[in-house]
Design a protein around this ligand. Structure first.
Ligand code: SF4
Length: 365
């Protein structure tokens, strides 16, 4: 068995640590890029959302490099994500690829027995005992968590750093270094050392940077290629950005969902505007916008793929929320046709607006 995975932010690093720990053969496809998007778009239904197309591009690259099994997480929820695996298997079969799919659906939807059976298939053929498997899962989760902490800190401190570009440099060398390491224990040590490094960078606490919250559909906010590297852009502009939805948040959310203890803060915050679950992470998006205003952010940027049903609902609620909570919100829709220049201009114009708003408040206008 040679496993491949679709990309979503830094998940490939945690997956690599998991496979290395379990001794599983794997192919990590090249990071998302224009070729993956073109390849995926060519073989996907035109109107399907962007994550689907990028994933198809990733699978084809992984399979061409020798993978025979695709591992992905699923959902039985009301949006299209629930149909992803079925449709993707069909497309790959029609293209002549005969691969296995292991879909890790939430425990709530499949039941614990089926969940464990699918998890067992991942390491089948490897003589690892239960204890080693649990250790491998724990290492992968720890890596995921550390990466999220480092990234979060870098995004926040970019607004306060004394040496321009330091946070960005540390983040980029952290990912490169940990990815090139094949020993899970050393990889975790590398991540711990980068966590200390990012916490020790020189900052100017007197700076008062713009604070922006990144909200929206989970794949497009986490996967930098799909959002045209918006967090890098904000770091370069000296803006502090904040994002709740991360890979480790998603794991915690999935695990706590069956006992209704997941993301209660976000869900509670969304109650005023969207009290019902409508699929995707629409409630979380609304909850994050409410919390952004509560936490005195200057604004929020919502990002979602063209045609994303849950986020279209959030987008229709956000203008009311923006008015009532006095929070400027910019909505950005992405697909394979998104032009970089127009996208960047909108983000820069939004940042200008936030700056001017601050000045007006200062001068009492
Ligand atoms: S949440 Fe939106 S983008 Fe994600 S699968 Fe559902 S419809 Fe597509």
């Amino acid at each position: 068995m040679k496993v491949t995975i679709p990309h979503m932010g830094n998940v490939y690093i945690a997956a690599k640590i998991l496979f290395d720990s379990l001794g599983i053969d794997y192919i990590i496809p090249p990071l998302n890029n224009k070729e993956a998007l073109l390849l995926g778009s060519k073989h996907s239904p035109e109107e399907i959302c962007l994550p689907f197309k990028l994933m198809i591009g990733n699978y084809i690259s992984g399979i061409k490099e020798g993978a025979d099994t695709v591992l992905l997480v699923g959902s039985c929820g009301p949006c299209r994500f629930g149909e992803y695996s079925e449709l993707q298997i069909k497309i790959l079969k029609q293209l002549g690829f005969n691969v296995e799919f292991i879909v890790i659906d939430p425990v709530k939807s499949t039941g614990i027995k089926e969940f464990l059976r699918r998890m067992h298939r991942v390491g089948a053929g490897r003589k690892k005992n239960g204890h080693s498997k649990i250790n491998a899962l724990f290492s992968a989760y720890t890596a995921m968590n550390l990466l999220d902490v480092i990234e979060m800190k870098a995004h926040e401190l970019a607004g306060f750093e004394k040496n321009s570009g330091e946070c960005k440099r540390i983040l980029s060398s952290c990912k490169k270094e940990v990815y090139s390491c094949n020993d899970p224990k050393t990889a975790l040590n590398i991540l711990s050392s980068y966590r200390s490094k990012i916490n020790k960078i020189s900052v100017n606490p007197k700076k008062n940077p713009l604070k922006v919250s990144i909200i929206g559909e989970i794949y497009t906010v986490i996967e930098p290629f799909s959002n045209l590297y918006i967090e890098d852009l904000l770091m370069s502009a000296g803006v502090s950005s904040y994002r709740n939805l991360t890979p480790s948040w998603w794991v915690k959310d999935m695990l706590l969902k069956p006992i209704r203890m997941n993301s209660w803060q976000l869900l509670e915050a969304s109650n005023e505007f969207l009290p019902l679950y409508i699929g995707g992470h629409a409630r979380e998006c609304i909850g994050e916008a409410v919390l952004a205003s509560k936490n005195h952010m200057d604004g929020a940027i919502q990002i979602f793929p063209m045609g994303c049903m849950p986020e279209i609902v959030s987008k229709s609620i956000l203008p009311t929320l923006s008015r009532e909570k006095n929070l400027p919100i910019l909505s950005l829709v992405v697909d394979e046709m998104t032009g970089e220049a127009g996208y960047m201009t909108r983000v820069e114009a939004f940042l200008d607006l936030l700056e001017r708003r601050r000045k007006n408040v200062r001068f009492g206008n």
